[in-house]
Design a protein around this ligand. Structure first.
Ligand code: ZN
Ligand code: ZN
Length: 175
């Protein structure tokens, strides 16, 4: 077990913050571009010394702010990576020493004997508790016996994967 989606989800606010900063950096870059264009225009048309001075100061300030934001962004991204690694390590220790695992759906802790694998709508495995398995939209496929997302089963409680394999068999029989 190398990843813990539940605990990582707890860092969602940090991720939002980082994404906002990415947006801010993009904004500052656009601003800088516009300022440079404006300056070029001004140079071509009036060439006023005072305006140039003002423009240069504004560009300098914008560049400084962009640099600062970018540095902060890189730092926070590193810190976040470090946090996630620490959490994964703690989670691993928890898992190995006490046989405890987090349910991916309700996010509560359970003994591993109470954790089952269900398949989400992309057939990706999720570790979840028995209660969530039974009450959060999963159905046991009558063919492969896997618990799969309700959206994947047909009216005979067969998952689309098993259904697809059977249909392939039937069509190859026809040949
Ligand atoms: Zn659960
Ligand atoms: Zn199946």
């Amino acid at each position: 077990m190398t990843n813990n989606p539940t605990l990582i989800a707890g860092f969602e606010d940090i991720m939002v913050h980082i994404r906002n900063q990415e947006k801010r950096i993009k904004q500052l870059e656009d601003e800088l571009y516009e300022l440079r264009e404006f300056k070029k225009d001004a140079e071509d048309t009036c060439g006023s010394h005072v305006i140039m001075e003002v423009m240069n100061t504004r560009i300098e300030n914008a560049e400084k702010e962009a640099l600062k934001t970018e540095q902060r962004y890189v730092l926070e991204k590193e810190m976040n990576k470090c946090h996630v690694q620490k959490i994964n390590k703690l989670q691993d220790a928890l898992y190995h020493r006490f046989n405890i695992q987090t349910c991916c759906i309700c996010e509560d802790l359970y003994h591993i004997s109470e954790i089952e694998v269900v398949l989400d709508c992309d057939y990706d495995p999720l570790d979840c508790c028995l209660n969530c398995r039974d009450n959060q939209g999963y159905t046991q496929c009558t063919s492969c016996m896997e618990y799969v997302d309700n959206s994947l089963v047909d009216t005979d409680d067969e998952c689309s994967r098993c259904n697809g394999i059977r249909n392939e068999d039937m069509s190859s029989d026809d040949d």
